[in-house]
Design a protein around this ligand. Sequence first.
Ligand SMILES: Cc1ncc(COP(=O)(O)O)c(C=O)c1O
Length: 505
Amino acid sequence: MIRPVIETEHSLSPTALAGPGGGAAPDDAPFAAVASALDRAHALARDYLTGLARRPVSHRAGPTAMAAALDEALPETGSDPAEAVAEWFIRAEPGIVASGGPRFFGFVNGGATPAALAGDWLASAIDQNAGMWLSSPAAAQTELTVLRWLKELFGLPPNWSGALTSGATMANLVGLAAARQWTAARLGFDAAADGLGGRPPIAVVSSTEIHASARKALATLGFGRDAVRTVPAPGGAIDPAALAAALADVTDPAIVVANAGEVNTGAFDDLTAVADACAAHPPGAWLHVDGAFGLFAAASPALAHLAKGVERADSVAADGHKWLNVPYDSGFAFVRDTDALRGAFATGSAAAYLAAGSDAGWDPHTHVPEMSRRFRGLAAWCALKAYGRDGYRALVERCVGNASSFARWVESAPGLELMAPAPLIVVCFRFAPDGLGPAETDAFNREAVARLQADGRVFVTGTVWNGRACVRAAFDNWATGPGDVETLQAAVADIGRTMPPPSSC
Ligand SMILES: Cc1ncc(COP(=O)(O)O)c(C=O)c1O
């Protein structure tokens, strides 16, 4: 039983608070309104969540309807906080997508487990600034513990540094910023302090399937979004021989970006072969792995072979709001070289007011672009504590089981085609009606995605794979069960059976 300490040890008596000089007595009144506002938010959330499994997952309101519901001038006078919360919910409700529910298979979204959601709520209530030890020792240590637990879950070396981020895009940025710092140091300059201007370009090599978020990170870091040298990735996984050949053309230290879980198919680069190619590059190569969802394969002994070699990377990015099933926004970056990481995000001497000194000798904000930051570690701590290694192994294997059973169904269903093997949680497939040419088949698939989304039973998204319009379904929600997979199959089968050919679409 955990002892409540708030009243006993953390309250100052009115006399102590006033002090010998006679300051003011405490005033609890400003916080009294919190209870009614939170009660209202809780009631709305409880009703929403208990109905989530039955809620349609279609878009019920477009931009015009949402603007009509919410766009208005700044209120001149205020209103009751509880009423304001309820009013937003009622007005915005048609635009809420049930993406945390078990029949949302779009993008790679995940959901929020009970422990994670409760932790996230508490994080908002106690509102810690997780940027510094001084601003919250609790948040700083929680983040360190979460990173330690995640390294243990994924089999990453315990001495790596890291940071919690807002998602995998920012985790890619953190890893690639450390990579930039490391390569620049080898070339004799400090990238964070001096910038890249006037320096020869640093080579970044990846496959054609590098995720758009890594390109975004490269753009932000001054490498240039389109400056990546890409090599072929047959079936979604990088060709290691082509990578070695591309590196052989580079005379300086380089950065290599590999995928652990390509977003369209879930394909994995052979990370051992990629690490070998990096190790064989005489000037040195920093290996960054984008494992936004694929890193979770390492949490299951049955699937860990897919991510084998990730422990040889220099930095790894992954998402919490995908397969860890914690609420948005949550991601994590792991970095082997702490000096490179801190060099990338040091504030230098420019922030005297922050240099208050911490017993730890460093602050979390020196690992990330932000200074003040949300206490996102609490949601992850609660989830990892509540479900443990076993719980996550089971979650990962259940999701992969759902994806495999859907992929097997696609393979056996008339008029459907599996576009790529589905080793993990993404199934890429398409409708292939008899008698249609390639362009008509593409049009059919695009229309099928729109109709599936409008149908409301399930939500899937479209993509282009190998030049063909396809459908993607991702299975990374903790609450998705076999019945939901059956519903997906039924919805797909109904569209295939009832949708007219493209000329009349
Ligand atoms: C492989 C990969 N990398 C990065 C990202 C970006 O993640 P986020 O949207 O959390 O920033 C995604 C998102 O789907 C992804 O699949």
